[in-house]
Every structure is written in structure tokens, then in C-alpha cells.
Write a protein that binds this ligand. Structure first.
Ligand code: SAM
Length: 148
């Protein structure tokens, strides 16, 4: 069980970092708790995750793929595990900003190399990348990608 404050900490970060992004896609959102935190902050959030049991929030019960038609202003993932890379790739394809809080890698990389790897993929795709820190326990580094 991760830090239960993570949903509010990340939602606060996103609202502050992307004040103009109203349509936020929460990829690998699990139960939809980040969605609820974003909704409470006035954002239109849509969660993608392949689970039938979740909070009563806007929820696409499927995995995100690169073929998904885009209606988002911003794509995010909180501990998105195997979806981390596709968030960056999807954002690049649609020239959207992204923010991810990486946790486990999709290729057995340890945490810190995985963080650097995700940043490097984003730089390679043309994003301007920075990292930030959320005030929470556990894996708390945010990788942010924007276009200039
Ligand atoms: C560690 S859980 C995190 C859930 C939630 N964000 C949280 O912080 O509690 C990782 C989730 O990623 C989902 N997932 C993995 N690949 C995905 C993809 N391509 N699209 C959507 N969800 C994905 C899994 O189903 C799982 O629920």
C-alpha cells in the first residue's frame, strides 16, 4: 500500500503546474482516486485502467494504446508501472504535455535508472523535461514533459 496522500499531492502538483489543462487523462489510474482528486479541483478527468471495480468517476475500462483517439489536454500517470512509457509516447504523438510519477519499470530496470530512462525517452521525443518532488512517502519523483 502506497502513501494514501499521493492522490492529493499529485493533483495539487498538476493543478499548479498545468493551470490551463482542463481535460486530464489519468492513465493506469487503478480505482480512480486521482481522478476524484482532480475532479474536486475542477478538472475533467478520465481514468484509463482495465478494471471493472472502481470509483464512480469517468472511467475507460481498458488499457491505453497509441490508437486511442485523443481528447485530452494533459496525460498523467501516478505509479503507472507498465503504462509509464506509453504515456510519454502517447503525449509525444499528440504533442501534449505529460507528468508521470514512475514506480516499477517495464524492463526490470532499478528505480533511478528507470527515472533517467523515462526522461531520456521524453527528451529524445522533443519534450523539455524536468523533475520535481512530491511531499509523500514512497516513490515521489515526478517527470514532467512540456513543449516549448
Ligand atoms: C501500481 S497500479 C497504480 C494504480 C494507481 N495509479 C495508484 O496509484 O494507486 C498500476 C496500474 O497500471 C495499470 N496499467 C498498466 N498498463 C496500463 C495501460 N497501458 N493503460 C492503463 N492502465 C494500465 C494496471 O492495471 C494497474 O492498475
Amino acid at each position: 500500500m502506497g502513501d494514501l496522500a499521493r492522490f492529493d499531492r499529485f493533483a495539487d502538483f498538476l493543478v499548479s503546474e498545468f493551470p490551463d489543462a482542463t481535460r486530464v487523462w489519468d492513465i493506469a489510474g487503478g480505482m480512480g482516486k486521482l481522478n476524484a482528486a482532480l475532479t474536486a479541483r475542477g478538472r475533467h478527468a478520465l481514468t484509463f485502467d482495465a478494471r471493472a471495480k472502481h470509483l464512480p468517476v469517468p472511467f475507460a475500462e481498458r488499457l491505453l494504446t497509441l490508437d486511442e483517439p485523443c481528447t485530452a489536454d494533459l496525460v498523467v500517470g501516478l505509479h503507472p508501472d507498465g503504462a509509464t512509457r506509453i504515456i510519454v509516447e502517447y503525449a509525444a504523438r499528440h504533442r501534449l504535455p505529460f507528468a508521470v510519477v514512475p514506480c516499477c519499470s517495464d524492463n526490470s530496470m532499478p528505480y533511478k535508472p528507470w527515472l533517467r530512462h523515462i526522461g531520456a525517452i521524453a527528451v529524445q521525443a522533443g519534450f523539455v523535461v524536468r523533475e520535481a518532488e512530491l511531499k509523500m512517502s514512497g516513490r515521489s519523483r515526478v517527470v514532467v514533459g512540456k513543449w516549448v
